[in-house]
Design a binder for this molecule. Sequence first.
Ligand code: SAH
Ligand code: MG
Length: 202
Amino acid sequence: MENNLYFDSLDLKLKEYAKNNSVPIIQDEGLSFLESIIRIKKPNVILEVGTAIGYSAIRMIKAGAKEVYTIERDKVMYEEAKKNIEEAGFDDRIHIIFKDALEAYPLISGIKIDLLFIDAAKAQYQKFFEIYTKNLCDEGIVICDNMLFHGMVENKNLEEMTRGLRGLVRKLNMFHEYLLSNDNYNTSIYDIGDGMAISIKK
Ligand code: SAH
Ligand code: MG
């Protein structure tokens, strides 16, 4: 692509912003996995839960997705994402929805989703999954980031954690179980980046 140099510098700028402002954008390894899935699957429509500054949304379009709907509830993040997506020239293909994802379903209820990417508040992953897979097409894919949560999900010493953290780890564990026991999906969980689950609708 002739715009590669421009994209590279925007990418670097977004990564730098994320680092300086502690925004948890997707890790390189996880992104590379996600990009491969997109190149194979060639999704028309992706729904992302958790935009942050728009970094992953932009990368998913660059990997070959036609359109991305992405939901963000934080005003500062939303404004930042809007600016970045315009700068990338993708404001016609990335649609940001400024709302809590637990309440945003009516806004996309008519849209068929080929790939659902869940990357927001971990305690609510199961709810996001239940709400938005209603619109997942046949053989659609769900990818969930941060499933291993910096290794804490695999750490069995729960008593060493603060209560809040322990609750979160328990919830992620329950979501793990929920995915693996869900007969409508084939799920694999990989130790890539911060842990990624991929569930393919049967
Ligand atoms: N996908 C981004 C990173 C997202 S970080 C990337 O890789 O570039 C997680 C984001 O989810 C944060 O910006 C947070 O504000 C948002 N978020 C958390 N819970 C949410 C909810 N219930 N609804 C909408 N956004 C949410
Ligand atoms: Mg993440």
